[in-house]
Design a protein around this ligand. Structure first.
Ligand SMILES: Nc1ncnc2c1ncn2[C@@H]1O[C@H](COP(=O)(O)OP(=O)(O)OP(=O)(O)O)[C@@H](O)[C@H]1O
Ligand SMILES: [Mg+2]
Length: 321
């Protein structure tokens, strides 16, 4: 890329392909996004995590230049979102949370329609539609009406439609929302495949377990960033204490009993077991089991557990509120 020291319109050089700096959005008296900063590095899958209403989609709208920040700034590929939104949108594939497909058109007709919007023509357009249909693995459904597709297949098609123009940056707002575990896995395989092809990907979810697919994540709560790092770093450095798993029955009464035990920092149900966090050197697992038995719970064993990203979120979001 050519650059000139005297040029007035020089893109910012940054290690980040997407960057938010002190980004704030107020709607009247309500602050939806409150001075957040994070950066997405070139070629990484970056998870943007947080519960409903924490400000993920609002942040994305500001990154794309669809919404003006109240203060702070965002940059995409070195361009200021507030000034260069048209150029940014050419470089970005955006799958919005409510991506609109046309139910009464087939898979192929939908892709053809979106390719037209991106200004693609002739043999290039046909070849790219075939390539994307193959990549999202919908070739056998190419003549099926979208109305007949499952949510998982629709989400794959929506992702395909957002990458027709071969963008180098992808912003995917809850691509796995409402899809079953198998379809979720296929969507993540697809996201990984796109990252392997060199794309930079920002993806939102409220499912903490999905963060395991990301190189790095930012966790957000009520408009604030509560932590940023790789899943491994966050698990190792953001949560103190030891996790025990306890096999017991019945599970949900056991959970409320565990929550009231002195010395238990956090308790949750993970699969068919209780997942309990205690401070290092704190209450022993034997004492926890004893207390549970006193509450009428049948305990059949315990073991050491592993910190999950949900533990991280509960710990950091609790500290931040
Ligand atoms: N145009 C608007 N006017 C007023 N409030 C808004 C507007 N857009 C968003 N909000 C509010 O800002 C907050 C953040 O919304 P946002 O859609 O960014 O959350 P989110 O993290 O994407 O949530 P979800 O996981 O449910 O998609 C919410 O309380 C929402 O009601
Ligand atoms: Mg949202």
């Amino acid at each position: 890329m050519r650059s000139s020291p005297v040029s007035k319109k020089v893109s910012r050089l940054s290690e980040f392909e997407i960057e938010c700096k002190g980004l704030t959005k107020r709607f009247g008296a309500f602050t939806a996004v409150d001075g957040i900063s994070f950066g997405v590095k070139r070629g990484e899958i970056f998870g943007f995590l947080g519960p409903n209403g924490c400000g993920k989609s609002t942040t994305i709208r500001m990154i794309l230049g669809l919404l003006s920040p109240s203060s702070g700034s965002t940059y995409v590929a070195g361009m200021d979102s507030a000034k260069d939104s048209d150029k940014i949108r050419q470089r970005v594939g955006y799958m919005s949370q409510k991506f609109s497909l046309y139910d009464d058109l087939t898979v192929k007709e939908n892709l053809d329609f979106f390719a037209g919007i991106y200004g693609m023509h002739g043999s290039v357009r046909r070849a790219r539609i075939d390539e994307v249909t193959n990549l999202i693995d919908l070739t056998e459904f190419k003549n099926a009406l979208v109305a007949s597709l499952s949510t998982g297949l629709r989400q794959r098609l929506a992702l395909g439609a957002s990458i027709l123009h071969s963008p180098e940056i992808l912003i995917l707002d809850e691509p796995t929302s409402g899809v079953d575990p198998l379809s979720r896995r296929r969507l993540w395989n697809l996201i990984n495949e796109l990252a392997n092809r060199g794309r930079t990907i920002l993806v939102t979810t409220h499912a903490m377990d999905e963060a395991e697919h990301c190189h790095r994540v930012t966790m957000m709560q009520s408009g604030h960033v509560v932590c940023t790092g790789s899943p491994e770093d966050l698990r190792a450095n953001q949560v103190e204490g030891i996790v025990y798993t306890i096999d017991c029955h019945p599970l949900f009464p056991a959970l409320s009993a565990a929550e009231s035990i002195n010395g238990v920092v956090d308790a949750s149900v993970l699969g068919s077991r209780l997942h309990i966090r205690v401070p290092t050197g704190g209450i022993s697992p034997e004492s926890i089991c004893e207390s549970l038995r006193h509450s009428g719970i049948m305990v059949s064993g315990f073991g050491l557990g592993e910190t999950t990203l949900e533990d991280v979120f509960v710990a950091v979001a609790g500290e931040a509120s």
